[in-house]
Design a protein around this ligand. Structure first.
Ligand code: FAD
Ligand code: NAD
Length: 475
């Protein structure tokens, strides 16, 4: 095919497919090129998020959480269960079914919006031109466009000391696909993936040891939240070792010996599987020919300004491959903003209100600044917090764990950040994002009626606590 489009989108993840749909909604003749295939080798839209990221991990988190509850929490409700077992193959099939229905849903949305889809690997060459090659490296298409949106996403970082063998040493994709519960798992990195996938296999019965290079646990989160989360994870049996640097990995007869240093000493752990979860890097290798003019930084991130404009006019880049957090909703928001800018509107992204959620149990969620960040910036603030243990709903749910903390500007009372650890906080954070988006004060939330009994009452009480007037705790 050789054709001219208004917009060529490279990448069909939450950055690219959302940008393509918004472009089509705005009347632009749009094509999206994506190279992802599913386990059956078929093209599969949705990128990392739908295929091997957000969705399959949440499917397994939910299945394993049900199993954990059955074993550990039902008795408190007076419900006796015996001979509980888990069918891993069925659990994995359920996950695959969810992925398949969502990825094929994107293909249907493309059809409905008259977006052309090309399966293959795209490369940007000079003159706003994009070439596409198939799996055999054969050139299949040459496209030109007024605008190009780059959304190639990211891939897992591989450690030189322990290259993936995709069997016993795996990345997050491998860790989503284990067909049996390993007896002992070593996870390198106590970040988001290490904690979420560590939780899955820990709940299903593996002994999980997480080796984290840094001395601080969840350093970017509110430190009180990190402390409470660490306490809860320890109770669940997750063995998190901070300041641990892996030195060597040796495999013999299916057993892996991890040698790591912690403090002055060397230690060893023997495990059956290793999951490496030490971050992700931009997937920009082979994407840009040197003459296309788009610049990348030393780590391969595509350089963009605040509006996602690259170094070349009318070539834009969004999502994991550009600066900022590697989150699906951040990618999609950038995709929408770029589409609207291209169509002559005004794209808007508020980077101060990007929510973070870690889907462990208890869940962790936050938006805005932490107390530590505000102190460093010299901003004066007040904060108030409220424990879930003092809410009727959390008690009724047998989950009286964690708290909500709200931080507001000392002079203006404008909300600067909200930090939570506890049940379903992934759903509670939305209210706080909206409040910050509307530049609300803590008083605005304190004066908002929250239904009783709900978990959201903890948000209400945290807002009241900023003024030291929470009702259901001593201020
Ligand atoms: P991607 O989703 O990576 O999509 C990029 C697409 O472009 C891919 O399909 C890729 O094959 C394709 N591509 C790349 N180069 C080319 C090329 N040259 N030609 C054609 N196609 C190309 N984020 C959250 O917000 N919430 C979560 O709960 C969450 N959970 C996660 C769990 C795991 C295990 C992982 C790994 C990630 C998770 N993330 C989560 C992160 C989230 O998946 C990413 O932030 C998001 O997918 C980024 O979207 P994107 O569109 O920028 O890139
Ligand atoms: P991460 O950046 O969250 O955590 C990586 C961890 O590995 C860090 O704590 C780091 O200090 C540690 N580390 C780095 N090198 C190490 C080494 N050699 N030895 C021991 N520890 C080492 O990265 P991730 O967990 O791989 O996740 C990648 C990205 O995917 C995240 O940044 C996140 O944006 C995204 N993600 C989001 C969600 C979510 O939103 N719920 C879920 C999964 C992934």
């Amino acid at each position: 095919m050789s054709e001219n489009f208004d917009v060529v989108v490279i990448g069909g993840g939450p950055g690219g497919y959302v940008a393509a749909i918004r472009c089509a909604q705005l009347g632009l003749n749009t094509v999206c090129i994506d190279k992802q295939v599913n386990s059956g080798g078929e093209p599969s839209l949705g990128g990392t998020c739908l295929n091997v990221g957000c969705i399959p991990s949440k499917a397994l988190l939910d299945s394993s959480e049900q199993f954990h509850r059955l074993n550990n929490q039902f008795a408190a409700h007076g419900i006796q269960v015996e001979n509980v077992s888990v069918d891993i193959q069925k659990m994995q099939n359920r996950k695959e079914g969810i992925v398949k229905s969502l990825t094929s849903g994107i293909a249907q949305l493309f059809k409905a919006n008259k977006i052309q889809f090309i399966h293959g690997a795209a490369k940007v060459v000079a003159g706003h031109t994009v070439t596409v090659t198939n799996n055999d490296g054969v050139l299949t298409d040459t496209l030109t466009a007024q605008h190009i949106i780059l959304a190639p996403g990211s891939t897992p970082v591989e450690l030189k000391s322990m290259p993936f063998n995709y069997d016993t040493v795996v990345d997050s994709t491998g860790a989503l696909n284990f067909d049996e519960v390993p007896e002992r798992i070593g996870i390198i990195g106590a970040g988001v993936i290490g904690l979420e996938l560590g939780s899955v296999w820990n709940r299903l019965g593996s002994k999980v040891i997480i080796l984290e290079a840094m001395d601080k646990f969840l350093a970017t989160a509110d430190q009180q939240v990190s402390k409470e989360a660490a306490r809860q994870f320890k109770k669940q049996g997750l063995d998190i070792r901070l300041g641990a640097m892996v030195k060597s990995v040796e495999e013999e007869s299916g057993k892996i010996t991890l040698t790591y240093s912690k403090g002055e000493k060397d230690h060893q752990e023997v495990v059956d599987r290793v999951i490496v979860a030490v971050g992700r890097r931009p997937a920009t290798e082979g994407l840009l020919s040197p003459d296309c003019g788009v610049s990348t930084d030393s780590r391969g991130f595509i350089e963009v300004d605040n509006n996602c404009q690259t170094s070349v006019e009318n070539i834009w880049a969004v999502g994991d491959a550009v600066r900022g957090p590697m989150l699906a909703h951040k990618s999609s928001e950038e995709g929408v903003a770029v589409a609207e800018t291209i169509a002559g509107g005004h794209g808007h992204i508020d980077f101060n209100t990007v929510p973070w959620v870690i889907y462990t149990s208890p869940e962790i969620a936050w938006v805005g600044k932490t107390e530590a960040e505000l102190k460093e910036e010299g901003v004066e603030f007040r904060s108030g917090s409220f424990p879930f243990a003092a809410t009727g709903r959390a008690k009724a749910m047998e989950e009286p764990i964690g708290f909500v903390k709200m931080i507001a500007d000392k002079k203006t009372d404008r909300i600067l950040g909200v930090h939570m650890v506890g049940p379903h906080v992934s759903e509670l954070i939305g209210e706080c994002v909206l409040a910050m988006e509307f530049r609300a004060s803590s008083e605005d939330l304190a004066r908002t009626i929250h239904a009783h009994p709900t978990l959201s009452e903890a948000v209400h009480e945290a807002a009241l606590a900023v003024e030291k007037r929470a009702i259901h705790k001593v201020n």
